[in-house]
Design a protein around this ligand. Structure first.
Ligand code: R5P
Length: 290
């Protein structure tokens, strides 16, 4: 088995490689002056299993080099190509919200399914699609960070109450809360635009002595969490800990969330970020080896 780390994935890929006792595959990817991608394989993969690690935030820049490398590995004789995409993009546009819109979750799934033999990801945003097989035609393994997140909460937060900012988050929050042995609340969210969300006010009276812990799968603009942090502060709760599995943090989102009054912002290293406190590399290594 050889592990190939696309740019930005080296740290995680090294850790996965160490857990597996595998080796990193050598290749070059760069851009020509005109912006086209250049990809060259620098090792033998004949008859071997190739694992490509490429987390897919800001996916449009990443998809072509990933596609070219995957095709090249197959053409060079790799027995199989597995994509490890700890964060899987394009899962949120999962229906036509307004007439004429592309359901990009389906188109993106078709593209990836044509390039690789199987896919491993962490907590994909399954909402209206209930399983990966609805849109992906290759075998997919969706693994969950809930145990790792609950371990972190147990070790670092005194008397937590978990808060999910919308109904979609219930699947993650309820599981993390059960594993952490903590109570949880689920709020209601209405999204009016990319940066404009309303989140319902939590009923916090029974939890006035608890430490609020917001848990969501993705933090992108952070407006979902910022709204919720605001409600908690107005209600007189302690400054909350904000945990996202996938720290997408578009633009100034991280600074905005810290500025809004989060006591601490914590994430999994599905995307490399300064808030990474929870390491998923062993979880991924286990999924690859299974
Ligand atoms: C969507 O429903 C997700 O679970 C997150 O709540 C959402 O992606 C967060 O987005 P943002 O950080 O832009 O508010």
């Amino acid at each position: 088995m050889k592990i190939f780390a696309l740019p930005g994935n080296t740290l995680l890929a090294r850790n996965i490689t160490r857990h597996l006792g595998a080796e990193l595959g050598a290749f070059t990817v760069r851009h020509f002056p005109d912006g086209e991608s250049y990809v060259r394989l620098l090792c033998d993969v004949e008859g071997q299993q190739a694992v490509v690690v490429c987390t897919l935030f800001q996916p449009d820049d990443k998809i072509l080099p990933l596609y070219y490398l995957s095709r090249l590995l197959k053409d060079s004789g790799a027995q199989s190509v597995t994509l490890v995409a700890p964060y899987l993009a394009y899962m949120r546009q999962d229906k036509v919200f307004n007439p004429g819109e592309a359901v990009t979750s389906e188109y993106f799934a078709a593209l990836l399914s044509s390039a690789v033999d199987r896919l491993i990801t962490i907590d994909p945003h399954l909402h209206r699609h209930v399983s990966m097989s609805e849109i992906y035609t290759i075998p997919c393994k969706a693994i969950h960070a809930a145990q790792l997140v609950s371990d972190w909460i147990r070790q670092n937060v005194v008397n937590p109450v978990l808060i999910g900012p919308d109904s979609e988050s219930e699947q993650w929050v309820s599981e993390v809360a059960a594993k952490a042995g903590a109570p949880f609340l689920i709020l209601e969210k209405v999204r009016h635009g990319d940066h404009d969300v309303d989140v319902s006010k939590p009923v916090v009276e029974p939890y006035s002595n608890h430490t609020p812990v917001l848990v969501d799968d993705i933090i992108s603009t952070a407006h979902t969490m910022i709204e919720t942090v605001g409600h908690l502060r107005v209600a007189g709760m302690a400054a909350p800990v904000c945990i996202g599995v996938h720290p997408v943090f578009a633009g100034n989102a991280y600074d905005d969330l810290v500025g809004a009054g989060a006591a601490e912002v914590v994430s999994c290293n599905t995307i490399q970020h300064s808030s990474n406190r929870i390491d998923v590399s062993e979880l991924l290594a286990t999924a690859i080896s299974e």
